[in-house]
Design a binder for this molecule. Structure first.
Ligand code: SF4
Length: 52
């Protein structure tokens, strides 16, 4: 897959700001009006914390 630079260090797939997931799913967080990056999120995110 294409190289994905991700700054979410709390994700288990994040290794030195590179995403190591085989694939990711990115969704809109506001289905009715997506007009800014803040309106999207990575649904593949999984917390490194075990108490999530
Ligand atoms: S799965 Fe999503 S949040 Fe996690 S490192 Fe990859 S792009 Fe970032």
């Amino acid at each position: 897959m294409n190289k994905i630079n991700c700054l979410v260090e709390e994700c288990v797939y994040n290794c030195n700001n590179d995403c190591e997931a085989n694939e990711i799913q990115v969704c809109s967080s506001n289905a009715g009006n997506v007009s800014h990056p803040d309106n999207t999120f990575c649904k593949t995110f999984s917390s490194k914390r075990s108490d999530k």
